[in-house]
Design a binder for this molecule. Structure first.
Ligand SMILES: *Cc1c(COP(=O)(O)O)cnc(C)c1O
Length: 475
């Protein structure tokens, strides 16, 4: 493609993108395709000859688009959102145009210094201790794994990095029974082993019980284990339950255990002052992670991690031996040393565009609007006597189900599962589910960038229609 065609196609694509952003709700939320259907429409061999852009783009529209799930559709209510926004998309365009690989300060000074600045902005806006420093990762899974490896190395005085496990380590990791699967994965692949992930009991609101945590740590100490890390959740994936951050931090400090706070989704709510008390007493914790790529209108991928003492991370990941470090290294951040990959995208740019385009006030207004819409949907569900909400609505996620005292949990689970799948099969909405105490509940997450009252009203009408149909067929 020559430079003139690039200009022409670029303009065409920006028009296509603007049209898409205006009409995204007219696309089905989920595609109606069977496994293998898209694959069978793609040629088995890569083309030997160059193909014209028109043909590539027409296949994009005819083969790829019909197989997409539209995460940006305002009626996408499943999982957690992966929001984008116009300023973030424009920044992504610049990032890919510059094509910089931002592994160290010298490989793009502006990228390193902008990363430091936007992380400081977010730290201060979220009420996180001003002595902490931040960095950007691809995902929360990677950030949490990095924190776990840093905790492991701090504990072993960097000996596991050097010589490997001796075979005598008996590390223990603690998290609530509602912890995200990325923690299981980190514990598995860090060499600590799944069997050493201790699942601490939760209270009736699904938050970790600090006394149960302390008992588990004491019992492990008595049995010769080394408590290494506690991972608390500020907003679990299942029901957005909140573990008591302050009390857990206190226990971790007392037993010299690393405290990592996973606020991957709900961390965005800390931009609103009324949520900052959830972090009260976090100052002595060790690390905190949240995903602007979920609820903060920043294209996937973009995870921000804050650390009280980044030196543990740097000492774990740095490949520069002490004697090779230069004066410059002490003055700058080489973010390759703050995580696993050497190469890094210029993700700070999209955060900068998003934060400046909305302003912190604009972000707060958006989040508050989502919370207000959630209150509305919650009141509709509460007014319907056939339904019940099974977890506190701490943010913008409602876990609800159809109830009937005459029916067993198994029968109710089947009805609720059918209700959700018949709703989703309209392709007009998308919900996902979880189980709370064995009970199947539908999760309604209201945090899409452009969700408005009309979308939740339409979804509510659709849910009620589908419930009536489901009850008729199961009667
Ligand atoms: C989404 C989520 C994660 C994983 O996020 P990735 O960025 O996809 O790795 C981890 N923890 C919680 C609480 C989450 O909600």
């Amino acid at each position: 493609m020559d430079k003139e065609e690039f200009r022409k196609r670029g303009h065409e694509l920006v028009d296509w993108m603007a049209d898409f952003m205006q009409s995204k709700e007219s696309y089905p939320v989920t595609p109606d395709v069977k496994p293998g259907e898209i694959l069978s429409r793609l040629p088995e061999k890569a083309p030997d000859k160059a193909e014209p852009f028109e043909e590539i783009f027409s296949d994009f529209e005819n083969i790829i688009m019909p197989g997409m799930t539209h995460w940006q559709n305002p009626s996408f209510f499943g999982y957690f959102p992966a929001n984008n926004s116009e300023p973030s998309i424009l920044a992504e365009m610049l990032m890919s145009t510059l094509g910089a690989q931002c592994m160290s300060w010298i490989t793009s000074p502006a990228a390193a210094e902008l990363e430091e600045r936007v992380c400081d902005w977010l730290r201060d806006a979220k009420g996180i201790h001003s002595g902490w420093k931040g960095c950007i990762h691809d995902t929360a899974s990677t950030a949490t794994l990095s924190a776990l490896l840093a905790a492991r190395e701090k504990f072993s005085k960097f000996q596991i990095n050097k010589s490997g496990f001796t075979g005598t380590e008996k590390f223990r990791i603690y998290a609530s029974t509602h912890v995200h699967s990325s923690i299981d994965k980190a514990v598995k692949i860090s060499g600590i082993g799944e069997e050493n992930l201790v699942r601490v009991d939760v209270d009736e609101q699904f938050g970790m019980i600090p006394e149960a945590l302390e008992r588990a740590i004491q019992s492990d100490l008595n049995n010769g284990f080394s408590p290494l890390m506690v991972i608390s959740a500020l907003g679990t994936t299942s029901s957005t339950a909140v573990d008591p951050i302050g009390p857990i931090t206190k226990i971790c400090k007392e037993y010299k255990v690393w405290h990592h706070i996973d606020a991957a989704f709900a961390g965005t709510a800390l931009l609103l002052p009324q949520f900052q008390s959830l972090m009260e007493g976090h100052e002595d914790a060790d690390s905190y992670v949240f995903n602007p790529h979920k609820w903060m209108m920043t294209n996937f991928d973009c995870t921000v991690m804050f650390l009280r003492e980044p030196k543990h991370l740097v000492n774990t990941f740095s490949l520069t031996p002490e004697y090779l470090k230069t004066d410059l290294d002490e003055k700058v951040n080489n973010y390759r040393d703050w995580g696993i990959p050497l190469g890094r995208r210029f993700r700070a740019l999209k955060l900068w565009f998003v934060i400046r385009s909305y302003g912190l006030d604009g972000l707060r207004t958006k989040i508050q609007y989502h919370l207000d819409l959630t209150k509305k949907a919650e009141s509709w569900i509460n007014e319907d006597e056939r339904l019940e909400i099974l977890a506190p609505v701490n943010f913008n996620t409602i876990c609800f189900r159809y109830r009937d005292v005459e029916l067993s949990t198994i029968e109710l689970n089947k009805i609720n599962e059918n209700w959700m799948s018949s709703s989703n099969s309209t392709h007009k909405v998308f919900f996902s589910h979880t189980k709370l105490d064995g009970k199947y509940v539908i999760r309604w997450v209201i945090g899409q960038t452009d969700v408005e009252e009309k979308h939740i009203q339409q979804a509510w009408v659709l849910l009620q229609d589908q419930l009536n149909k489901t009850l008729k067929t199961s009667a």
